[in-house]
Design a protein around this ligand. Structure first.
Ligand code: AMP
Length: 186
């Protein structure tokens, strides 16, 4: 069985944590664009150096770069085999359209919106202590989420792919809600 998912939600909604549980349950590849960019920063590649500045300021890395990274990753065999969960991509309408064209007929099974209110994600980000979590960067990322990323939810909703899961509660509670929702779809 192949499982192709996108996990959606504000930064701080717990997407990364929940992806670990999705990977355990379905054996899919976890494709986190944030992790891939951080790896490029760590390796000191040209792309990493350019991305770092954008990431530190809470901005979004350009669509062409992101679409290229994801297209490359999705062409690896594990993504075709067990499948994947995309985490942190797509974040803009052009990225959403690029993803659907990369996937072609083998489209997504579901886009899961891990729903956590604004005040809660703000508090979580302030306490996680990541290097790019300055007050200004947090504010900018949340504003960009509303402007650029939320419209992508409506786009997937119109395609009948969107499933919203309440992201409040313990990791285990959220995880069982999520797995239940995915199982219902498959
Ligand atoms: P994340 O780990 O998903 O919170 O991503 C960390 C940072 O990487 C974001 O604040 C963005 O600057 C950048 N980033 C990750 N994914 C994307 C994407 N799909 N489009 C643009 N920028 C991204």
């Amino acid at each position: 069985m192949t499982v192709r998912l996108v996990i959606f939600g504000r930064q701080g909604a717990g997407k990364g944590t929940q992806c670990v549980n999705i990977v355990k349950t379905y054996g899919v590849a976890h494709i986190s664009t944030g992790d891939m960019l951080r790896a490029a920063v760590g390796a000191g590649t040209d792309m990493g150096l350019r991305a770092k500045e954008v990431m530190d300021s809470g901005g979004l890395v350009g669509d062409d770069i992101m679409n290229g990274i994801v297209a490359d990753r999705l062409s690896e065999p594990d993504a075709a085999g067990p499948g994947f969960v995309l985490d942190g991509y797509p974040r803009t309408q052009p990225q959403a359209e690029a993803l659907l064209s990369i996937l072609g007929d083998e489209s997504l099974d579901a886009v899961i919106n891990l729903d956590v209110p604004l005040d809660e994600v703000t508090a979580r980000m302030k306490s996680r202590g990541r290097e790019d979590d300055t007050d200004e960067a947090i504010e900018r990322r949340l504003a960009l989420y509303e402007q650029e990323t939320r419209p992508v939810l409506d786009f997937f909703d119109k395609q009948g792919l969107l499933v919203t899961v309440d992201g409040l509660g313990t990791e285990e509670e959220v995880s069982s809600r999520l797995i239940l929702a995915v199982n219902e779809l498959l």
